[in-house]
Ligand binder design. Sequence first.
Ligand SMILES: NC(=O)c1ccc[n+]([C@@H]2O[C@H](COP(=O)([O-])OP(=O)(O)OC[C@H]3O[C@@H](n4cnc5c(N)ncnc54)[C@H](O)[C@@H]3O)[C@@H](O)[C@H]2O)c1
Length: 452
Amino acid sequence: MSALATALREKIASRRARAGVVGLGYVGLPLAVEFARSGFRTTGIDLDDRKVAAIMDGRSYIPDVPTEDVAKLRQANRLDATTDFAAVAELDTINICVPTPLRKSKDPDMSYIVSAVESIARHLRPGVLVCLESTTYPGTTDEVVQPLLEATGLKAGKDFFLAFSPERVDPGNPTFQTHNVPKVVGGTTATCAELAAGLYGAAIETIVPVSSTRVAEMVKLLENTFRAVNIGLVNELALMCDRMNIDVWEVVEAARTKPFGFMAFYPGPGLGGHCIPIDPFYLSWKAKQSGFDPRFIELAGHINGSMPHYVLEKVGEALNTRRKAVNGSRILIAGVAYKRDIDDMRESPALDVMGLLHGKGAQISYTDPHVPEIDARSWPGGIALESVPADAQTFGQYDCIVILTDHRAFDYAEMVSRADLIVDTRNAVKHAAPNVFRLGAPQPAPQGASVG
Ligand SMILES: NC(=O)c1ccc[n+]([C@@H]2O[C@H](COP(=O)([O-])OP(=O)(O)OC[C@H]3O[C@@H](n4cnc5c(N)ncnc54)[C@H](O)[C@@H]3O)[C@@H](O)[C@H]2O)c1
């Protein structure tokens, strides 16, 4: 190990290293807090001055990070934040947690990574460890990040150290948080990997070293593709069960009693969040560049992407039993966040379902205890909306309630007793009822249906 590497290893072990996190969102803020808690003086860098101001005021804006934790770390002078990349000059380690969205064409949008790395490069000095955490295609660390950093004249593995370690944060999960989710780490060289493992090992309980940055990048994409494909499979099964008059929820519950070789996935109104709908397309884009056609990813994308249309169809069927049309019906969307008990609306299928219903002439309202308002630009209806109260009076006012996110805060028994019609895409109601249309389950008989 070189003198630079040995010095950094010693600084990390003694917690004298100054840690930095670039991008203070759902991934970056919890990580910065973990580093600060484990004894490093930690600086967060973000372009969003509201996030920086919140941290400097000792406030958290990420539900999984308690404000008291940020306040305590601020008081102890362990955590600060800035919009100015000049802070990089003081740092010994830098973790990059910036967004990796898709372009409209479903190609990776690397602009956030490129911009963050260029800003870091302007202040890079010898002896620093840079770890990329953003989810991305295999090859990003050595094809994109390394050349940008080496344009400074410094060499990876010799003058500075470079690694990739995929983030595995699960927002809203009270059991598994940054510190107790095993962390996969791959380095550009063995020394890079060792230094990165040392840094993460200071804050995270279990480190899983792998042989290269490409393996580490691929691990994350396997994990998320696995979910996307299995959700696609169970969504297709739900469509099948719908036709065959079988309850898909009952099927999955019974199947999951098998103690080996099965893992339960559940159908729903489509994929949401910053990861599962996006990451597999990073992989398919890169695979196609190597002349490989990844069929599972495309098929799962097709099935999952069609689920909002299926929900629209289900709402039409439900209203039909009341001799009503979607056009002109008052529809209450229950839950717009992409999953239960969180406030994140990114890529939420609720926005697609709302857009489709609005496009057919429905009057849309929504209720979500975690999302007080939706601005006009964030859904295809183009109208600013405010969450209405989730109470008995509200439930009785609509032609149909569509449950798209099964938040625990909703009183489903009350909803069933007050609502005229419910379309339940999450099995939140959990039982058959004459006014509840569950996705992938036998439907209640139409009111006033007659034979002959
Ligand atoms: N949210 C999750 O559940 C999750 C889970 C695993 C992996 N990831 C991955 O982690 C990465 C970050 O995701 P996130 O959910 O934290 O995103 P986020 O949007 O919550 O946070 C990203 C932050 O980066 C900041 N930023 C953007 N460009 C910047 C730049 N050039 N310099 C400094 N700051 C910049 C933004 O202002 C924002 O605060 C993505 O690649 C994502 O795929 C996310």
